[in-house]
Design a protein. Structure first.
Ligand code: UFG
Length: 328
């Protein structure tokens, strides 16, 4: 019995594949490699193709005894989703619909879906709980929320049980230092900060210091990518025990400001990282912190890498040894 990881060549997907293999599971990866990296897949069987292509899905499900699916395959750049929403709705929604159709055809009953804190939009409470209102402020978050709704109807009609995991700020890299974050267009704070000591960028721009927070910069909840992976496997196992479909937040429940993240990165790298305040980035909520109590309780999930220093330390181990990502 195998677990199919769609988007297993991406940042979070590749850590998922590694975690499943470490836990002795049989893994099949399906990825179209448009943003993922072949070198990021540390083992298991690999198929190249797009979720919108029925033929590759049928081949993957026919040639393997797939018991459950974990779906990471999506575009995830918030800014791009605002300038080209149809690109996001087409890939992120149509891709998962096609995957669900194949699951239905092949009698596969369990799916863990990669969702996001962006489904909430501007939060009404801090920390955010799963029952808070969802009002996405970008098309990326909207595409993920649409899929969550589609999953609900597939559960009631076809008995496909799902878990949607809403991640806060995924960060860090595998303990081995061999896999990590490598986006062609990097927009995330921690890898951009680490480009400064790698001499790939002169300084980090801090997007706004006039937010209603203690030091004026935005606060986020950073969660280690391997802790995200462990939650996915726990979610698969929970569904296999016959439990009902659920939505869970995944974060550490602790917020750090942009200035605090820069400070911790200076300590970890022992470099004086230059930072400069610039304009706010449109659409950034001031504070996003998760309550992950539900996941901790119901999945029995225990994040291992819960200090920001450890998270940034693991990212530094990867970036300092792979300054060009997976490119030689
Ligand atoms: N930031 C900077 N300078 C930079 C980059 C980011 O100051 O060069 C700030 C941002 O303004 C934000 C914080 O650092 O306040 C974190 O920004 P990221 O881009 O790393 O992450 P986001 O919080 O914007 O995005 C994350 C996920 C998205 C998800 C979103 C939900 O990466 O996938 O949370 O709100 F959609």
């Amino acid at each position: 019995m195998a677990i199919l990881v769609c988007g297993g060549a991406g940042y979070i997907g590749s850590h998922m594949v590694a975690h499943l293999l470490e836990q002795g599971k049989e893994v099949v990866t399906l990825d179209n490699f448009c943003t993922g990296h072949r070198e990021a897949i540390v083992g298991g069987k690999v198929y190249e193709g797009d979720l919108r292509d029925k033929a590759i899905l049928n081949k993957t499900f026919t040639e393997n005894n797939i018991e459950a699916v974990i779906d990471f395959a999506a575009y995830s750049l918030v800014g791009e989703s605002m300038s080209d929403p149809l690109k996001y709705f087409n890939n992120n929604i149509s891709g998962t619909i096609s995957l669900l159709e194949a699951m239905k055809d092949h009698g596969v009953k369990y799916i863990v879906f990669s969702s996001t804190a962006a489904t909430y939009g501007e939060p009404e409470n801090i920390p955010i709980i799963e029952d808070d209102k969802t009002f996405p402020t970008n098309a990326y978050g909207e595409s993920k929320l649409c899929v969550e709704k589609i999953l609900k109807w597939c559960d009631s009609a076809y008995g496909i049980k799902y878990t949607a995991l809403r991640y806060f700020n995924a960060a860090g890299a595998h303990e081995s230092g061999n896999i990590g974050e490598a986006h062609n267009t990097e927009t995330h704070l921690i890898p951009l900060i680490l480009q400064v000591p790698l001499n790939k960028r002169e300084k980090i721009m801090i997007y706004g210091d006039d937010y209603n927070t203690e030091d004026g910069t935005c606060i986020r909840d950073y969660i280690h990518v391997s802790d995200l992976a462990s939650a996915h496997l726990l979610a698969v196992e929970r569904l296999m025990r016959g439990e009902e479909s659920r939505i869970y937040n995944l974060g550490n429940g602790k917020g750090f400001s942009v200035k605090e993240v820069v400070e911790v990165a200076r300590k970890v790298t022992e470099e004086d990282i230059k930072a400069e305040i610039s304009e706010r980035r449109p659409g950034d909520p001031s504070v996003l912190i998760a309550s992950s109590d539900k996941a901790i309780k119901e999945l029995n999930w225990k994040p291992k890498f819960n200090s920001l220093e450890t998270i940034i330390g693991s990212a530094w181990k990867w970036h300092s040894t792979h300054p060009n990502g997976y490119n030689k």
